[in-house]
Design a protein around this ligand. Structure first.
Ligand code: ADP
Length: 532
């Protein structure tokens, strides 16, 4: 029975389960693709935001750097006043510059003649101040009025903007606190900002960047040289994303849920459609099979005729002899009334038996849905054997009835099971009829197996063709030149319609063994125990 349960409506085993797995796998793949797509889009959006932020910061810092040039120019105007250096005026201007622009750390005036020296400095003792000689050599090749960068010590966070002040051998030095120069907008806390001199030397090394971890996301970057002519410093922004920032899990979860819903609905729709299709196919199959069953029964009439004739011959011959005996008794003196009555009663019994045989023939070819009834397996086998024996004998095949369990009663439509058994016996006979005489033998038996009553038909023929192994009960599978391949398909239908199971396999010792297993309806107590 498990065989029937594991099949779905379309008759293919576990198809519904396989289909559900396919939908699940499809959903998983679609979700993965969607997750990858959404993550890529999300990263693009993050990078876009980073580039926009970078551009804004770049513009602001470039403007700030340009301000340094303007400041140096105004200090230069004072320095260039003829006569001795007006340090007092320079100090006043430098003081107000530093108040407005805290990133300007020191302002100094250096003489860059033969012996360079500091003439003025807002912070003469500041360690960050450049050596006067370094200022002189940086400006050696520069024309007056052009500001250039003199980097501070590597990583110091400072750089100097230096410039010749007019024709005098004087130079202006402005030391800039780069950290304050690149001070970012409040929203950019997660972004590490770095600044490098033209020669690649780091002025500010980005400190905030967390080390990239294998579980982290990618790093977003923005690199651009400042727009200031005098301070072409390279601004670089880095933002290391965490996995959580990289993968928009909320959107992905929502998408996966939506895809899951679509997959589930798709699965339902396809399953419903398949079910409807299977039901339609079954309905048309049943109609076909009903017609087919009827046709096969009528076709089998030819074979049955000899069986019927054989069956009827015996009661008719007996009726004849009983009637002749009765006539003799009536003519004889004294009249033995009792013997005459017995002869007539025997005739009535024999006529009833002949009538029952004809009834069975009528049942066999009549269409419609006969009822199930309690049927003794031994009797059922007896009916089939009686009907088919003559045909089998005509093929030179011996039909042997082996052990048959007594008291095994099943609740079936007997004609249907008889027809299935008839098909099995005829197939077995056909399998052996061309073989040597000792192999032309078909054995029918019945016993209990796994709580069921099992009728077995065994032969010593060539066994089942390998190509049929998996599809024995599919219609139109035949290895016979004139075979229709319908007998087994029809037999399966008939047996399953009666709650039973039909199976066929090769016997280890050669030949084939077909079985019809039917649920036990009633048995003698000791038999029931054996069956359970
Ligand atoms: P048909 O008899 O018209 O071929 P069936 O459905 O009755 O149709 O049988 C299908 C096929 O199963 C047969 O052609 C034969 O190859 C195989 N078959 C059935 N019974 C036996 C058997 N006892 N031994 C060997 N092959 C068999």
């Amino acid at each position: 029975m498990t065989d029937t349960v594991s099949r779905d409506a379309s008759g293919e085993p576990n198809q519904a389960g396989r289909s559900a797995w396919r939908w699940l796998a499809g959903w998983a793949v679609a979700s993965l693709i969607a997750a990858a797509g959404v993550t890529a889009l999300h990263l693009r959006a993050l990078d876009g935001a980073m580039q926009a932020e970078g551009q804004t910061l770049h513009r602001v810092i470039s403007q700030r750097a340009d301000q340094h040039d303007a400041l140096l120019t105004s200090i230069g105007a004072i320095v260039r006043v003829p006569g001795p250096l007006r340090s007092d005026l320079v100090a006043v201007l430098a003081d107000s510059v530093q108040r407005f622009y805290p990133r300007v750390r020191t302002i100094a005036v250096v003489e860059i003649g033969a012996e360079p020296k500091v003439l003025f400095s807002t912070h003469p003792d500041d360690a960050i101040n450049p050596a006067p000689g370094a200022v002189a050599s940086r400006l050696a090749a520069e024309p007056p009025g052009r500001s250039v960068v003199l980097p501070g010590a590597a990583g110091s966070g400072f750089y100097h903007l230096v410039k010749r002040a007019g024709a005098e051998p004087l130079a202006l030095v402005m030391t800039v606190d780069a950290a304050r120069l690149i001070e970012a907008e409040p929203g950019m806390a997660a972004t590490a900002i770095g600044l490098r001199a033209e020669d690649g030397m780091a002025i500010i090394t980005p400190a905030a960047a967390p080390p990239a971890s294998p579980w982290g996301g990618p790093a977003l970057t923005f690199d651009k040289t400042l727009g200031s002519q005098s301070q072409p410093l390279l601004l670089s922004l880095t933002r290391q994303l965490s996995l959580a920032q990289t993968v928009p899990s909320g959107i992905i979860a929502a998408l996966a849920a939506a895809l899951g819903l679509v997959a589930w609905l798709g699965h339902r729709v396809v399953a419903e459609r398949r079910k409807a299709e299977a039901a339609r196919r079954r309905a048309s199959l049943s109609a076909d099979e009903a017609r087919l069953a009827q046709a096969t029964r009528v076709n089998a009439m030819g074979e049955l005729a000899s069986g019927i004739a054989h069956e009827l011959a015996q009661p008719i011959a007996a009726i004849l002899s009983q009637s002749q005996a009765g006539a003799r008794l009536i003519r004889s003196e004294p009249l033995d009334r009792q013997a005459v009555i017995q002869a007539l009663e025997a005739n009535a019994r024999l006529a009833k038996r002949a009538g029952a045989i004809l009834d069975r023939l009528r049942d066999y070819v009549r269409p419609g849905a006969p009822e199930r009834r309690s049927t003794d397996i031994g009797e059922l086998i007896g009916h089939v054997v009686a009907l088919i024996r003559a045909d089998i004998a005509g093929r030179g095949v011996q039909l042997v009835v082996g052990p048959v369990a007594a008291d095994a009663v099943v609740l079936v439509e007997p004609i249907a099971v008889e027809q299935a058994l008839h098909n099995l016996i005829r197939n077995a006979a056909e399998a052996v009829e061309a073989l040597s005489p000792e192999r032309r033998r078909v054995v029918v038996s019945a016993g209990f197996a796994g709580g069921l009553v099992e009728i077995a038909v065994e032969d010593l023929g060539p066994g089942l063709a390998p190509e049929l192994a998996q599809r024995l009960f599919e219609p139109f599978r035949s290895t016979k030149p004139n075979g229709m391949g319908l007998g087994l398909a029809l037999s399966q239908r008939l047996v399953e319609a009666n709650g039973g199971r039909i199976a066929g396999a090769n016997r280890p010792e050669g030949g084939a063994r077909f079985t019809i297993a039917l649920p036990l309806h009633r048995a003698a107590p000791e038999r029931r125990e054996a069956a359970e």
